[in-house]
Design a protein around this ligand. Structure first.
Ligand code: GLC
Length: 525
């Protein structure tokens, strides 16, 4: 007997950046009540799960990725009972709930760090990473922190000196985000207890922030000089990390075997990403984000290589995870330069072999907001993609207060959820049709992947076939602005979804794709 695939394999996960989703309280920052109000949007759209960026109590130095209590909700977003209500409403609507979990660092105002900093003899001193000054009196090594600051140009040292105790503490991100010492068993148990807390409240899994960074070489060696100007979080990949990820996985699975363990891995090679799936005897992540495609140019040859790498490096060890947008990167339309390309990218994302992650607002074809210098707030320069979601055409766009960031472009000229819902052919309509096609097709959601023999499908078109249990689909993406021709495999084919609003369903062979067009084809009669 074969067991059913885990739920998250066929799922599409919708990422909500809570500050920017919808504000009900009137303070201009999105909240849990705003998410609850719009759960129907997720159901209507056809996604299966939502992932919430952090809503824990936080001084917001990194907008929630600096946590002071892993087992509560910041009043800015609501309360624990609002969270309970959201989890249960999501479940009633058939949606799974994934929480962000930030294991690498806490806020510097977390009681653990306050105690750790208080003296060298604090029982929590060793919960963080403290070192004496280098012989010259400077930071203990040459590692740099992420984020150059709102107007900075150079990455600062990954160490901050504590005058009172005469030592430096390590922070791979802001100085307000001290790194936990995961080699300390007390840290391991305190942190895994926070996972159990949320699993008992009913969450269906976690997205684990920079999970590859949690183990440090105890010698804290310098980076080679050619690497040292780049923040350490982009390199760190210590072998001791794997048993820790495995331990974290066990903590989750012991509490709920169906819960999903997703990790953010930001490392230079796809092979390094793949290594965080672990080994059969010691599994680690269920899904590891691979950001190499997100950073790839809009070019058929570049994309062919990215898909080949996912197939050759990740698929043999685990089920790939695909993300073309998130709260850390410019939106698809901004990166690729046009809405037509962003639409083709929607087809690419939702037809790969693996679990897609869809960043809220991509379904509207949003571009990044232009944020005036005096309104920049993020030390990592990511404000543009965090612009608020416009829900309605009227001024205020369905938000109770004036949002913390400016609206994205065209929010007042039809690029809002309500207007786009009633516009056939809109990008919102395209996403909904793609998600419906994916949900209805075992080939698209769980099937195998194979390139179509190139034939005339040489660049700029990428064409592939997905197949499962006799169900099959062909997907073709034209990366060029000019028309291109594609030889289809034998048999007859019909268009299931096209990014082009006026594509007829009958398909001649060879198929003429319009510039920037992407199609999903199903077998014809
Ligand atoms: C991850 C998050 C990012 C955050 C950083 C530090 O990369 O996605 O938003 O700033 O970790 O927690």
């Amino acid at each position: 007997m074969t067991t059913a695939p885990a739920w998250w394999r066929s799922a599409v996960v919708y990422q909500i950046y809570p500050r920017s989703f919808c504000d009900r309280s009137g303070d201009g920052v999105g909240d849990l009540a705003g998410i609850l109000e719009h759960l129907d949007h997720l159901v209507w759209l056809g996604v299966d799960a939502l992932w919430l960026s952090p809503v824990y109590p936080s001084p917001m130095a990194d907008f929630g990725y600096d946590i002071t209590d892993y087992c509560d909700v910041d009043p800015l977003f609501g309360s624990l009972s609002d969270m309970d209500a959201l989890i249960s409403a999501a479940h009633d609507a058939g949606l799974s709930v994934v929480l962000d979990w930030v294991p690498n660092h806490t806020s510097d105002r977390h009681p653990w760090f306050v105690s750790s900093r208080s003296s060298r003899s604090s029982p929590r001193r060793d919960w963080y990473i403290w070192r004496d000054p280098s012989p010259s009196g400077g930071p203990p090594n040459n590692w740099r922190a992420a984020f150059a600051g709102v107007s900075g140009t150079e990455f600062p040292p990954a160490w901050t000196y504590d005058q009172a105790s005469g030592q430096w503490y390590l922070h791979l991100f802001l100085s307000e985000q001290p790194d936990l010492n995961w080699s300390n068993p007390a840290v391991q148990s305190a942190m895994t207890a926070t996972l159990r807390f949320w699993l008992e409240r009913g969450v269906d899994g976690f997205r684990m922030d920079v999970i590859h960074a949690i183990a440090k070489d105890p010698d804290l060696p310098d980076l080679p000089p050619e690497r040292s100007p780049i923040p350490m979080c982009a390199w760190i990949d210590d072998p001791a990390c794997h048993p820790l990820v495995s331990l974290i996985r066990s903590a989750v699975k012991d509490a709920n075997p169906d819960a999903v363990v997703i990790g953010e891995i930001v490392l230079p090679s796809v092979a390094q990403v793949a290594s965080y799936y672990g080994r059969p005897a010691e599994p680690e992540l269920d899904l590891a984000f691979n950001f190499h495609p997100l950073h790839a140019r809009w070019d058929a040859a570049v994309w062919r290589r990215q898909i080949d790498l996912a197939v050759s490096e990740i698929a043999p060890v685990g089920w790939p995870a695909w993300a073309l947008g998130n709260h850390d990167n410019p939106r698809q339309r901004t990166r690729y330069g046009s809405e037509a390309r962003a639409r083709a990218a929607a087809v690419l994302l939702l037809t790969q072999m693996g679990t897609p992650f869809l960043y809220a607002g991509e379904e509207l074809g949003l571009a990044d907001a232009a944020v005036a210098p005096e309104r920049l707030v993020d030390p990592g320069g990511r404000d543009g993609c965090r612009a608020p979601i416009p829900w309605t055409p009227a001024a205020g766009h369905g938000w109770a207060g004036e949002p913390w960031l400016p609206w994205p472009p065209q929010a007042s000229s039809g690029r809002d959820v309500e207007s786009m819902r009633s516009t056939p052919g809109s990008t919102l309509d395209l996403y909904r049709r793609l998600l419906a096609a994916r949900r209805a097709s075992p080939a698209l959601s769980l099937g195998s992947f194979a390139w179509l023999p190139s034939g005339r499908a040489a660049e700029p078109v990428l064409a592939y076939r997905r197949e499962r249990d006799g169900d099959e689909r062909v997907v073709a993406v034209n990366f060029s602005e000019s028309p291109a021709t594609l030889d289809l495999p034998g048999g007859s084919w019909a268009v299931e979804v096209s990014t082009h609003p006026r594509r007829a369903s009958a398909v001649p062979n060879p198929l003429e794709l319009r510039g920037d067009e992407a199609v999903v084809l199903r077998p014809g009669r």
